[in-house]
Write a protein that binds this ligand. Structure first.
Ligand code: MG
Length: 393
């Protein structure tokens, strides 16, 4: 599938923050600014690869943070250049040829919402290039070096450029080639296109999409984030499922085939773990159960991968403005040992749920040889989830 590549410019030295820590590593409610930013992009299904451009001296720290927050699978880190334009050029060279669009974003704008990213992608798909911007609302003064006002600037047509700046990949490459040829330096990607005479449209964004450059900005960002979190609705859901173990079927759990002499019987791939998770999510959003959405009687679901069903359940939740905050799943099976497979399952489930793997906890239990699971007649699974309403900005 063709997906958009994001380039996150995380090159700032953070000198204006008055700290020795570069601003992208500064914490906002306990999470580094750069991680907030990357998480917003991870929540947009149309975004595939994420290229983080960071100063060479912060490469190791950036990589360690991505690993710690389990974002390393989707992100590559490349060493930045002297100017923003140099850094983005380096990032652009890593963009896969089949990526139709590139979304360039400031690492220090952590409050960008997934919805706003998507609106920029949509506008860029239509117009070729689109940037997030807000109309200027303050009266603008042109001021001389002597602090005397020269004149008031007509603000009618003035907008403040933000990011993301989403541009067709071929167009951005052409714009860079033209700028390099003319030794043109721009402070954002749109100015490179303007220089070459290519049209760029604005998508009206929000003033909350702050660029954190000064300590004041950090205070404002914290207040906005706290307000968003406090207005979030939380919904809990529970799911339970059991399937019979039979010979001649593969054992599929968490989207993976597990080597075992028996497999689970069912209309779909009988992935009991994923079914319990689907039911928990549907429960939380008040949408019934998996049987109602994907009936056994419907031939289109025969043998279907339950991970596909899970992705559809997540889409259904997204349509109701809910996303998975976290899930905790217990698989009850006498055999085989499942723990060694959990990290791989976690990744598959997290991908389908559009969350970081650490949002999904997996556990295995036996029933000490008691009952149907103990006699290895079947495997069951319990899941609980917390669904959070999408923050509104
Ligand atoms: Mg089932």
């Amino acid at each position: 599938m063709q997906t958009t590549t994001a380039i996150i410019a995380a090159g700032g030295a953070g000198l204006r923050m008055g700290t020795s820590t570069p601003k992208q590593f500064t914490e906002l409610l306990g999470v580094p600014i750069l991680i907030h930013t990357i998480r917003a992009f991870r929540q947009v299904p149309a975004i595939g690869a994420i290229i983080v451009v960071a100063p060479a001296e912060h490469r190791e720290r950036t990589l360690a943070l991505l690993t710690q927050h389990q974002l390393d699978d989707h992100c590559t880190v490349v060493n930045g250049g002297k100017l923003r334009q140099d850094s983005v050029r380096i990032g652009l060279a890593q963009v896969p040829d089949d990526s139709p669009l590139v979304a360039v974003h400031d690492g220090a704008r952590p409050l960008i919402s997934p919805e706003d990213i998507q609106r920029c992608l949509d506008a860029a798909t239509t117009h070729g290039a689109a940037i997030m911007a807000v109309p200027v609302k303050d009266t603008l003064k042109a001021v001389g070096a002597d602090t005397a006002i020269r004149h008031t600037v007509e603000r009618e047509s003035l907008w403040q450029a933000q990011t993301p700046q989403v541009i067709r990949t071929d167009l951005l490459k052409e714009a860079f080639a033209k700028a390099d040829q003319d030794d043109f330096i721009g402070t954002d990607e749109a100015s490179l296109l303007e220089h070459g005479g290519w049209p760029v449209v604005v998508v009206q964004g929000s003033a909350t999409n702050l660029k954190i450059t000064r300590p004041d900005d950090l205070l404002m960002a914290e207040a906005i984030l706290m307000k968003q979190q406090s207005s979030q609705q939380m919904r809990i859901g529970h799911g339970f499922d059991a399937h019979r173990l039979v010979a001649g079927r593969p054992l599929i759990l968490g989207g993976m085939e597990i080597p075992h002499e028996l497999g689970l019987l069912g209309h779909s791939d009988a992935d009991v773990l994923t079914h319990a998770l689907c039911d928990a999510i549907l429960g939380a959003i008040g949408a019934g159960d998996i049987g109602r959405h994907f009936p056994d009687s419907d031939p289109q679901y025969k043998g279907i991968s339950s991970i596909k069903l899970l992705a559809q359940v997540i889409d259904l939740a997204a349509a109701k403005h809910f996303r998975l905050a976290n899930g905790d799943i217990t698989v009850v099976a006498e055999r085989p040992k499942l723990a060694p497979h959990f990290p791989a399952m976690q990744k598959i489930l997290a991908e389908a749920c559009q969350v970081e793997p650490n949002a999904i906890n997996l556990k295995a239990s036996t029933t000490e040889k008691m009952g149907y699971t103990g006699r290895e007649e079947g495997i069951s699974a319990h899941a609980v989830v917390l669904m959070a309403s999408q923050p509104s900005t």
